[in-house]
Design a protein around this ligand. Structure first.
Ligand SMILES: Cc1cc2nc3c(=O)[nH]c(=O)nc-3n(C[C@H](O)[C@H](O)[C@H](O)COP(=O)(O)OP(=O)(O)OC[C@H]3O[C@@H](n4cnc5c(N)ncnc54)[C@H](O)[C@@H]3O)c2cc1C
Length: 488
């Protein structure tokens, strides 16, 4: 059954093109199939592999997260021969009609990658539902991933905007900019915003993202920054000193990309990194070594296995003291040491919380009318801190809210791409093969050219891998996504 489901992941109804045309049905639309015994709800596949006036519904689906609306037995019968247990033939007369969803108001909190992905996916399926989005930032949808390039000037604000005002109107969305949600009333199914206005919802989607993590007992000194929003980037950009020295604390993707952008501006940069190598969860030791060489070639000074212990300055930061005893004079310091999910309104509303807001495969929180996507969502014990996961969750949720009960999320394979000009690095899934004979590694390496590709094979399937190469086209990388092969 599992193999079958891997081969055909989702139930469907095959319908002849003439019947589809009569009903005005297009491929992928959700239909309700009714017999005198019951009903199912599935997407259609328009194909002439079935006869006109006959529809075909495969039957190996049972309950999906509590709903049995994909089960063929709902419309046929469940008779079996009492002796051989052979099932009866499964055929019956049915009526097929397009699924008509009740009009709803969907309210979204936050206008980041998750909300943007949801709006685009949902509007491809549904134009009737009302969509209201509250954004704490007084800005259109934009791509925060490009903020380091915005700081260096390589990209303009216009390059970062993901939805122009006219498109907002085309999408029929009501984006309330500069208005945050302060409280959720689950019993009354409404939210209260920062202007005191009450907005009712049928479905509420929380996509409030994260904020930058900061160390405890941080002194209130001018010159200490984080980078999460355009406002952060603007504040920082205004203060970047000519011929100055900036310390970036944290050598993760964000810290390294920011350091590279600052080097493009010819600013002196030091990176203070807590562990002994870069991206130790995404790369193997050789990968980290080659990345280190690249970062040093860019002109960054690197301090591994170190942390900031003291901050110097009266009202303005003038320097730091590291745990190793080193003292660095600096003009500005940026913390890029991780993120903290914005779960406060979910917590106050009594939703189940661990690190993030706990969701099931339908991105549903402990309240079935409230969903969470993006960095605040915790699925199967994991919070996913990258755009691809937020967008994947948004697409799954859009299909589910539009009526596709089989649409459910199963996690996202971690994928990291570093955005440093002239340098390609991508890591998908596990950086090291587990210590087992079931795994093989294929490695291409040319250390002098800083060229390294590794692909991990698990039982003849592409396992995980990462690749890096300097100054050239992006090399092929293979990864695995729930057993399906993927090559890029
Ligand atoms: C500088 C930077 C570089 C990055 N680079 C990469 C990268 O290269 N690759 C990658 O995959 N990911 C990257 N990320 C991470 C990526 O941006 C996030 O994973 C993604 O944006 C998460 O989407 P989200 O919708 O969960 O939250 P966000 O995009 O953070 O959006 C959440 C929004 O909700 C708003 N909000 C919060 N609370 C409220 C409230 N109560 N009311 C109203 N609004 C509220 C916030 O202000 C914010 O605008 C980067 C992030 C940053 C900051």
């Amino acid at each position: 059954m599992n193999r079958l489901k891997q081969h055909i992941p989702q139930s469907f109804l095959e319908i002849h093109p003439i019947n589809a045309k009569e009903q005005g049905l297009e491929d992928g639309e959700i239909v309700v199939v009714r017999s005198r015994r019951g009903e199912v709800r599935v997407p259609v596949r328009v194909t002439d592999s079935v006869k006109k006036n006959t529809v075909f519904l495969p039957m190996h689906w049972g309950k999906i997260l509590g709903s049995d609306l994909n089960r063929a037995n709902n419309v046929t019968n469940n008779l079996v021969d009492p002796i051989s247990k052979e099932p009866d033939f499964k055929f019956c007369a049915v009526a097929v009609e397009r699924y008509k969803k009740r009009k709803e108001r969907i309210v979204i909190v936050g206008a980041g990658a998750g909300a943007h992905g949801f709006v685009r996916s949902y509007r491809e399926l549904n134009r009737e539902d009302e969509i209201v989005i509250f954004s704490r930032e007084n800005l259109p949808f934009y791509n925060r991933v490009q903020l380091p390039d915005y700081i260096s000037g390589t990209q303009t604000w216009q390059d970062l905007v993901r939805m122009e005002d006219e498109e907002e109107a085309d999408m029929a969305i009501d984006l309330r900019r500069g208005v945050s949600i302060e409280r959720i009333d689950r019993a009354g199914k409404y939210v209260v915003d920062s202007t005191g206005t009450v907005t009712h919802y049928d479905r509420l989607i929380l996509s409030t993202g994260s904020r930058a993590a900061l160390p405890k007992n941080l002194p209130a000194l001018d010159g200490i920054f984080t980078l999460r929003s355009r406002t952060d980037a603007d504040n920082f950009r205004q203060r970047v000193p000519e011929n100055g020295h900036i310390v970036v604390v944290g050598g993760g993707l964000l810290g390294l990309e920011l350091a590279a952008s600052l080097r493009e501006m010819d600013i002196r940069v030091s990176i203070v990194h807590r562990s002994s190598r870069f991206l130790d969860r995404q790369l193997d030791a050789l990968g980290s070594q080659l990345l280190h060489e690249e970062i040093v070639d860019l002109g960054c000074e690197v301090y591994y296995s170190d942390e900031v212990q003291l901050f110097y300055g009266q009202s303005k930061l003038t320097g730091i003291h590291l745990r190793s005893g080193r003292v660095l004079d600096c003009d500005l310091l940026v913390f890029a040491i991780g993120t903290v999910p914005n779960i406060e309104i979910a917590k106050a509303a009594g939703l189940e919380i661990r690190r993030g807001v706990v969701v099931n495969g339908r991105l549903q929180t402990s309240d079935p009318d409230i969903h969470a996507i993006g960095e605040i969502a915790e699925y199967n014990g994991n919070c996913f801190g990258f755009t691809a996961a937020a967008e994947q969750q948004a697409a799954v949720l859009a299909r589910y809210l539009h009526g596709d009960i089989a649409s459910h999320y199963r996690g996202t394979v971690p994928m990291n791409i570093i955005k440093i000009h002239g340098f390609d690095l991508c890591s998908i899934g596990l950086p090291e093969s587990p210590n087992s004979k079931e795994y093989e590694e294929i490695v291409f390496i040319d250390k002098a050219r800083r060229y390294y590709k590794k692909c991990i094979i698990h039982q003849d399937r592409t396992g995980r891998g990462h690749s890096r190469r300097r100054q050239g086209r992006v090399p092929a990388v293979q990864g695995v996504d729930h057993g399906r092969h993927r090559t890029e």
